[in-house]
Design a protein around this ligand. Structure first.
Ligand code: GLC
Ligand code: CA
Length: 568
């Protein structure tokens, strides 16, 4: 039976990157007790659903997405008892917890993989994809020409053998074989273990890639200079994936009152997402898509100048509308600007020259879209991209390290690569959370793996913003309160959503019909623009400027000016 209203229907989500959120014991690494110590802060902010990036034991080659033991909390983050305490304390404050469940791959240090490597006849060997390399003349090539997500071949040779294993991310993260029922059973057990320990659900990492093309044939799409082909069709959103997710649901999720949100990359379409998240016959509750990220041309933009990076507001609106159109009657949807895999939204769609205005504008635009909003930690104080001066500063992201090698190989000078990484690197989102203006922004006396952004000394920190009534932080708190108001929430989720002046190239404006119409109008530009408006304003619920400039049905919108209005 479909449940119409569940606990997460009025959730405002918040994404925590544990390594850089708060260090409680002074070793320079964020940890679970650090998160627990900030639960009151999060409660005051108004968020009530946390997605915590992976916390399992891990060699940290990909910052926890390489899991070596699912049943142990990463000792750098604390103990299993600390985790139980975090859950208990969060629940006591009405905050639910999703953990990041990495189920497409393990670490190469996981006991399964170690056994599989050592003994080709072991049961664990078939938990992974081992295949013979291709002999071409006297060369041994990988079994296929597939390229992975981290700028390398999707295969790594087993030392001393002509076997290779498959990894669509780093070579230290071998993909697991969901076609094997024993492997699947292992993951059911892990999921049950955490649900039994009180977690409220999962963010399902890289879930789009669980099913591979098991014929393991070369891709016919165009190859790069190394003869590799980036063809997500070989390992993303393939038909068997939807069966695997149904099995997960039948065996695990359906026995718990839990929320499951899949990360679906690999160019998933909204129609395909319904195969996962349709309320009537889907297997998980929601699907994160990537279509509203990078709508400024920054992805792969090494050859572009800063002037060429500009938010394409029409594409942003179209992408949202396309997902809304297909999904709203049938499925729930998360909405977000960015997460730990992207640069900071303020530097992408906003502007550090208009930090305060653009951060507030971005929040207003996001919060009232159809769906469950997820805020990324630090966005509530207007954290922005780094301005690092050396390529070594990006050492903690294996994807960046590989990209530097690849780009150098293509002849790019270091200076250009540096400029590019400052613009697009995931590290931008992984610098220490800025709590106050003491050393290292109050994250840890010891510094951290990623250098802190110096702007914590210029007021971009929680403590300073708490004191300022006009701060981004106080605006967030107020705006989230409005979003959770039951009448507004109902209207956002059930009122008919329409774009207003869809073709306006600079303004993102939309409306929800209902007993009272609510409307968002947001200028995405660092300059003044005009917006024609034929409604009567009944109330201004949110606004990031003083005063309103309107005459003859035309709004003059100042840089990044934004409203939430009640209109007639
Ligand atoms: C997801 C995660 C990302 C990670 C990758 C491999 O995309 O969000 O951080 O590197 O999966 O697990
Ligand atoms: Ca610590």
């Amino acid at each position: 039976m479909e449940k119409l209203e569940t606990w997460w229907k009025n959730a405002v989500g918040y994404i925590i990157y544990p390594e850089s959120f708060k260090d409680s014991n002074g070793d320079g690494i964020g940890d679970l007790n650090g998160i627990t110590s900030k639960l009151d802060y999060l409660k005051d902010l108004g968020v009530n659903l946390l997605w915590i990036c992976p916390i399992f034991k891990s060699p940290m080659d990909d910052n926890g997405y390489d899991v070596s033991d699912y049943y142990q909390i990463n000792p750098e983050y604390g103990t299993n008892a600390d985790f139980d305490n975090l859950i208990k304390q969060a629940h006591a404050r009405g905050i639910h917890i999703l953990i990041d469940f990495v189920l497409n791959h393990t670490s190469d240090q996981h006991a399964w993989f170690q056994k599989a490597l050592k003994d080709p006849n072991s049961e664990e060997r078939d938990y992974y994809f081992f295949r013979k390399g291709k002999k071409v003349g006297d060369k041994l090539l990988p079994p296929t020409n597939w390229k992975g997500f981290f700028a390398t071949s999707a295969w790594e040779q087993v030392p001393g053998s002509d076997d290779f294993y498959m990894h669509i991310f780093s070579k230290s993260m071998p993909d697991v074989n969901w076609a094997n029922p024993k492997l699947r059973e292992q993951y059911y057990q892990i999921a049950r273990y955490y649900l039994d320990h009180g977690v409220d659900g999962f963010r399902l990492d890289a879930v789009a890639h669980l099913a591979k093309d098991l014929s393991f044939e070369d891709s016919k799409a165009p190859a790069d200079s190394n003869g590799l082909v980036y063809d997500t069709g070989k390992f993303s959103n393939r038909p068997e994936l939807f069966d695997y997710l149904h099995l997960l649901k039948d065996n695990v999720f359906s026995h718990y009152d839990c929320l499951t949100v899949g990360e679906a990359g690999g160019n998933i379409s909204p129609e395909q997402s319904l195969l996962m998240a349709d309320r009537r016959n889907g297997s998980i509750n929601m699907v994160f898509n990537f279509d509203t990220v990078w709508n400024n041309g920054a992805y792969g933009s090494i050859d572009k100048s800063d002037e060429e990076i500009k938010t394409d507001v029409i594409s942003l609106k179209d992408n949202f509308m396309r997902w809304y159109g297909v999904c709203h009657k049938k499925a729930d949807m998360p909405v977000y600007w960015c997460n730990h895999d992207h640069p900071r939204v303020l530097s992408q769609y906003g502007s550090i020259a208009y930090r305060n205005e653009s951060a507030k504008m971005l929040l207003t635009t996001l919060l009232f879209l159809y769906g469950t909003p997820f805020i990324y930690n630090g966005d509530e104080i207007g954290m922005s991209n780094v301005n690092y001066t050396a390529l070594e500063d990006f050492h903690s992201d294996v994807g960046n390290v590989n990209a530097v090698k690849e780009l150098r190989g293509q002849g790019y000078p270091d200076e250009q690569i540096l400029h590019y990484l400052n613009r697009v690197s995931r590290i931008n989102a992984r610098t220490p959370m800025q709590w106050d203006d003491s050393a290292n922004a109050g994250f840890s006396p010891k510094g951290s793996i990623n250098k802190v952004n110096d702007n914590y000394q210029d007021g971009v920190n929680v403590l300073d913003e708490m004191k300022d009534p006009y701060s981004i932080l106080n605006f967030y708190q107020y705006a989230i309160g409005i979003r959770k108001d039951p009448i507004i929430n109902d209207q956002v989720l059930h009122g008919e959503f329409t774009l207003v002046d869809h073709n306006h190239p600079d303004v993102f404006a939309y409306m929800h019909d209902g007993a009272e119409k609510i409307m968002v109008i947001s200028n995405f530009r660092p300059y003044q623009v005009y917006f024609t408006f034929y409604f009567d304003i009944k109330d201004i619920l949110l606004h990031n400027y003083e005063g309103v400039i309107i005459s003859d049905h035309v709004f003059t919108l100042r840089p990044f000016e934004s409203f939430l209005l009640k209109v007639r």
